[in-house]
Design a protein. Structure first.
Ligand SMILES: Cc1cc2nc3c(=O)[nH]c(=O)nc-3n(C[C@H](O)[C@H](O)[C@H](O)COP(=O)(O)OP(=O)(O)OC[C@H]3O[C@@H](n4cnc5c(N)ncnc54)[C@H](O)[C@@H]3O)c2cc1C
Length: 438
């Protein structure tokens, strides 16, 4: 990986490219530029390098991995983004990890699970109500006809009534990170499922390991892509690179925010596809804790579910580590992200103190709040397809002008929203780019 200075020194004719670009005949600096060093970008670049293409990755952050990030800032590390290798039966990361000698066991579910309502153990009647609607989404997907018209998941559950429907869909806030009214039932049905594995040494660390040996320029946010000539011209604050083609793996949230200016603008079909996708807001907050553990079994899960729209799940002392991790999603997560780290931390400590006891506060030594919703390089957790827009992912994956490919979790079809899907999408784009003559 190179830093910004090395980018300037290492790229031939970079300064010259800034002037008189339109007048000169097209002479590419590189075969392919990949934008974004997350799972999709790393996987695409590896494929291209393997077939002998000159490829550089431009990454906005000062680190690689994107939304797969193992955060060690508290001491005990945790995955601030992706944690599970979903649908392990066909997920490429099982083999990648095995080849690197990295263990990927199933999650040990030994710590137990407790439900709370406003800090108190949930009453038996409320627990029964919750249990009665458990699994209703899958049941309705089997019985309700969505072949003629797509529905939102909220519509799918509508006949449960205003009291029970929000409870039935509340789990989506922690899986999809989005409100059920904004989730296409057809897209949801298309998502792959299977076994989940974990990476005890960190999924983010694993993705970073996979990026070793690639030419990655960090701290290089791409601000513009010109594609009106024979190839592409990609601008960062260090200058402009010319390439035959580029693979853009930035999250949908970044594309929708207009952080990268395309000239000419993206085709109407691609813009339509972007209009059909939003970013969910699955979010984590973590605390380093020391001292009393209040008799709680390491690895226990506590779910505060007094208000279904403001649920927060906690992993307490996972693997015996001095850490507590909270998970939440949807508009609640957006609200806390916008409120800022201090307010989010204070609110979450209040929730934990209500469940565990006031003395819990004394054990909190540090906190970190990776708020993906307000992160300028993601603008959310992962892409969610709006009701009626279930073709958006496939449209987004269509090549643009034979030289730009958008790839990432959002274009991964049934693998969307995952690291595995991003990887397959990155590889597919690379295979298409590799067919271009150089
Ligand atoms: C809280 C949370 C939990 C999750 N849990 C799981 C899970 O358990 N399992 C799972 O499989 N998935 C999970 N995911 C989703 C998973 O992390 C993503 O689907 C996957 O990492 C996306 O990879 P990607 O390469 O498509 O995008 P990214 O990883 O986002 O990579 C895109 C890269 O582009 C960079 N970038 C952005 N803008 C620019 C720019 N202008 N110029 C240059 N670079 C730019 C970004 O910094 C980033 O590095 C989770 C995500 C979150 C947020």
């Amino acid at each position: 990986m190179l830093d910004r200075r090395t980018f300037l020194m290492g790229t031939s004719a970079l300064a010259a490219n800034l002037v008189g670009m339109r007048e000169r005949a097209f002479a590419a600096d590189l075969d392919v530029v990949v934008i974004g060093a997350g799972a999709a970008g790393i996987s695409a670049a590896r494929e291209l390098k393997a077939v002998g293409r000159q490829v550089v990755i431009l990454e906005a952050r000062k680190r690689i991995g994107g939304r797969a990030f193992t955060d060690a800032s508290l001491g005990p590390a945790f995955d601030a983004g992706a944690m599970y290798i979903h649908w392990a039966e066909r997920n490429p990361w099982v083999k990648i990890a095995a080849d690197l000698g990295i263990a990927t066991p199933t999650e040990p579910w030994g710590g137990g699970f407790q439900l709370f309502a406003n800090g108190k153990p949930m009453a038996e009647t409320d627990r029964m109500r919750r249990r009665s609607v458990f699994g209703q989404i899958d049941r309705r997907l089997e019985t309700v006809d969505i072949t003629t018209r797509d529905l939102s998941v909220a519509e799918l559950l509508g006949d449960l009534g205003p009291d029970m429907a929000p409870i039935a869909s509340s789990g989506l806030l922690l899986s999809i990170g989005e409100e059920s009214g904004r989730i296409s039932a057809r897209d949801y049905q298309r998502l792959w499922s299977g076994d989940d594995l974990i990476v005890p040494s960190g999924y983010g660390n694993l993705v970073s390991r996979h990026g070793e040996g690639l030419d990655i320029r960090l701290d290089e946010p791409v601000s513009a892509i010109r594609w009106d000539g024979p190839g592409v011209e990609i601008t960062t604050r260090s200058g402009t690179l010319k390439a035959r083609a580029c693979i853009v793996t930035v999250p949908v949230g970044v594309l929708k925010a207009g952080s990268i200016r395309f000239t000419p603008e993206l085709p109407a079909r691609t813009r339509d596809a972007l209009g059909g996708l939003v970013m969910g807001a699955l979010t984590k907050i973590a605390f380093r804790v020391e001292g009393d553990r209040f008799g709680i079994t390491p690895g226990a899960s506590y779910l505060e579910a007094g208000a279904p729209e403001e649920m927060m799940n906690f992993d307490l002392y996972p693997d015996g580590k001095d850490i507590i991790i909270g998970y939440f999603g949807g508009d609640y997560a957006r609200k806390l992200s916008l409120a800022g780290a201090q307010e989010a931390q204070a609110h979450t400590i209040d929730l934990l103190a209500a469940m565990i006891g006031e003395d819990f506060r004394k054990t909190v030594k540090a906190a970190t709040f990776p708020a993906w919703w307000t992160d300028p390089y993601s603008h959310g957790s992962y892409s969610v397809c709006l009701p009626g827009q279930e073709s958006a992912r496939d449209k987004l994956a269509e090549p643009i002008g034979g030289r730009i490919w958008l790839a990432g979790e959002a274009t991964a079809g049934g693998g969307a929203m995952t690291v595995g899907g991003a990887t397959l999408a990155g590889r597919a784009a690379a295979a298409a780019v590799a067919r271009i003559k150089v």
